[in-house]
Design a protein around this ligand. Structure first.
Ligand code: ADP
Ligand code: MG
Ligand code: MG
Length: 206
């Protein structure tokens, strides 16, 4: 490994991880209300593992290798539904970059992987309700603005998508057992996505 200072992908991973650790209790409480109350703890555990292992990720093999290594960390350290879905998100982003895709293509491929593995679509009240509009917004904006600006707008789209989940019943996951009782509270997985995307946007230059 190398020092993390000037590697934008490591900086992004660390910012996402720190945000999820800070949001642990809030996200756990939200999942307690509309799920089984483990999501904040699961994601914070994975985030701590990423922070611990990040310095040992391959130093000079490019961003895809770092994302691939982070996927392995997440797969080992995060349980629940979120664990495998975040692992596939990172892995598909890595695979897309390795195939020569740009960041917008990689973001869309990553989200498509989550949809494929989880079987969720927009409107099912899952993390996809934040991820999908974020990937679309990022792809639409990137040709016309800096990466930071495009990702900031993507994070805003994720926040809007996450907030809108408060008005819909869940078709998938534990929240689907609760029917109308989830109404008025946003989906925890979507809320988590909005938080870490905003943190990642802040790490970018420009
Ligand atoms: P669990 O329900 O197994 O405890 P977590 O607490 O780790 O899972 O994560 C819950 C979040 O996972 C939900 O808030 C939702 O955003 C997301 N989720 C649940 N089911 C799916 C699915 N089939 N596809 C995509 N995301 C899902
Ligand atoms: Mg849960
Ligand atoms: Mg659980």
């Amino acid at each position: 490994g190398t020092l993390n200072g000037d590697d934008p992908v490591r900086r992004a991973l660390e910012a996402a991880a720190e945000t999820l650790i800070s949001a642990r209790d809030e996200l756990t409480e939200l999942d307690r209300e509309v799920g089984d109350g483990d999501m904040g703890i699961s994601l914070a555990r994975g985030a701590a593992a990423v922070l611990a292992e990040c310095p040992a990720y391959p130093g000079d093999a490019g961003p895809a290798a770092v994302l691939r290594a982070a996927s392995a960390t997440v797969r080992r350290s995060v349980g629940g539904t979120s664990g495998p879905l975040y692992a596939v998100l990172l892995l598909r982003a890595a695979a897309s970059l390795e195939e020569g895709g740009d960041w917008a293509t990689a973001f869309r491929a990553a989200v498509a992987g989550v949809c494929e593995v989880g079987g969720a679509d927009v409107g099912d009240r899952t993390m996809v309700d934040a991820l999908a509009p974020a990937a679309e917004t990022f792809s639409a904006r990137l040709p016309y603005s800096s990466g930071r600006q495009a990702l900031t707008e993507a994070a805003e789209a994720a926040a809007t998508g996450a907030a809108a989940t408060a008005d819909i019943r869940a078709r998938l996951g534990r929240s689907s057992y609760l029917g109308d009782r989830v109404l008025g509270r946003p989906d925890p997985g979507a809320e988590a996505v909005a938080r870490w995307l905003a943190a990642v946007a802040h790490t970018l230059d420009g």
